[in-house]
Write a protein that binds this ligand. Structure first.
Ligand code: GLU
Length: 445
């Protein structure tokens, strides 16, 4: 059975690249009726950010990436599995105890000395480090790149596997856990590739079967230069959601950020993606984060989910600042005019708040004549319905010899304070007769 896992460290928000790793892992497992595991890799307690585990779980749930099994690595330490593996490596001569003070690579930079001074001291306690042999070939076939990657072990450092406090490092825990949990396929970020020779050696020395491992491409910044970075906009899943992207658009976008179907299908539900996903479509070159495409997908989903659903999402997006009933009335007028949920406000604010309009907002002084005729006409409309409003205004405009475009622009500005709005007559139906008249009157006084 295919079994995959997503193994984030709880060090902050979920990066869009992390969501892609989770999605591809989920899809590979589910496409084969296999299992998907969520494993929190929290053995580096110093780097843990409070609340990060909940954020990861919440976000995976939002996108429908439900896991079949859940583990927290630190909770497994007491079982002794990592300790036993480390001791076996020492006993077999593939690892050694080291009593040097732990270095802080972040502060001091990575050490250029690959061979540890304690490796031949035969110490009997301390941290456990891998005793990397010299001049051996270490290789594997990358599942994504579909090519053999080769290292000379002389380039690989004696790496800490178990710290002196008994906690495993990532390098030991990932091997022990992937094996213990029966993981058959691993997707992970490209930045983990330099760690892979360490893992290959640990698998070999522990006599464990290594899963297929594939390193996903880097997601490049929209300019194509360098990795996607915060300076150019959101990188976290939460960032995109709070910008007003729909979960369907985000998910659909990352489906195609490193994988392509045989045909040119662009729109996928999660179920369709799972059906089609496989190794064959995995791309080997780094995809560019094309924000316009994400916006295009977002418009697509804004228009294709039901109006009811869209209204509910807008309601939640604005923390219920707009009433649901009002949003439901407005949604049919704006669903083709917004690309992000966050654009709703600009389009619809005038419904809940009278705009401040000044004389100078109108292109010419004709506005006074336009508005006073509009006032008189609308005052006489008895049944406040679209057809009545349309025909009364059009008749008056024709009788007065006004230019249709100019008249409605002035009416639009008076009611909304803006030149870009939902259709004006439809809007004043929603706004109601008395509010409409009062906004016009204010400008005539
Ligand atoms: N804990 C690692 C991370 O945060 C996981 C790497 C892997 O998937 O092996 O990305």
């Amino acid at each position: 059975m295919v079994k995959t896992r997503f193994a984030p460290s709880p060090t902050g928000s979920l990066h869009i690249g992390g969501l892609r790793t989770a999605l591809y892992s989920y899809a590979l497992a589910k496409s084969q009726k296999g299992k998907f595991v969520l494993r929190i890799e929290d053995t580096d307690k110093k780097r843990e950010v409070p609340g990060a585990v909940d954020t990861i779980k919440k976000n995976l749930k939002i996108f429908g990436l439900d896991w079949d099994e859940f583990y927290i690595q630190s909770e497994r330490v007491n079982s002794g599995i990592y300790q036993q593996a480390a001791e076996k490596l020492v006993a077999d001569g593939h690892a050694f105890y080291c009593q040097c003070e732990a270095k802080n690579a972040k502060k001091e930079g990575f050490s250029k000395i690959l061979r540890d001074p304690c490796r031949d001291k035969n110490l009997i306690s301390g941290a456990v480090k891998l005793k990397v042999p010299d001049n051996e070939t270490v290789s594997f076939i990358d599942y994504v790149l579909n090519k053999k990657i080769v290292w000379n072990s002389s380039e690989v450092a004696d790496t800490t596997l178990l710290k002196s406090d008994g906690f495993p490092t990532y390098h030991l825990a990932v091997v022990v856990d992937d094996s213990d949990m029966g993981i058959t396929h691993v997707f992970r970020g490209h930045d983990w590739l330099p760690s892979t020779p360490i893992h290959i050696l640990v698998y070999k020395y522990l006599g464990l079967k290594m899963p297929e491992i594939g390193h996903l491409t880097d997601i490049l910044d929209p300019t194509g230069k360098g990795k996607l970075s915060k300076r150019k906009g959101s990188v976290s899943v939460e960032g995109f959601l709070s910008e007003g992207f729909l979960k369907e658009a985000i998910l659909n976008f990352i489906m195609l950020l490193g994988w392509a179907p045989k045909d040119n299908q662009e729109i996928f539900t999660l179920t369709e993606f799972v059906e089609k996903f496989g190794r064959v479509g995995l791309q080997k070159s780094n995809p560019i984060f094309n924000r316009d495409k994400l916006l295009w997908l977002n418009s697509h989903y804004i228009q294709s989910i039901s109006k009811e659903d869209l209204a509910k999402r807008i309601y939640d997006f604005y923390d219920h600042r707009y009433g649901l009933g009002l949003i439901k009335q407005i949604v049919p007028l704006i669903s083709t005019r917004i690309r992000l949920l966050s654009e709703f406000d600009k389009m619809a604010k005038f419904f809940i708040e009278a705009p401040k309009v000044a004389k100078t907002d109108f292109p010419t002084n004709d506005y006074l004549k336009h508005l006073s005729c509009a006032y008189d006409t609308l005052l006489k409309v008895e049944k406040w319905e679209l057809d009545n409003i349309n025909s009364s205004l059009m008749d008056m405009v024709a009788k007065q010899g006004f230019k249709v475009g100019k008249f409605f622009m002035d009416l639009r500005i008076a009611i909304t304070g803006s030149k870009v709005t939902p259709p004006i007559n439809e809007s004043i139906v929603i706004l109601g007769k008395s509010e409409t008249l009062s906004r016009i009157k204010k400008l005539l006084n």
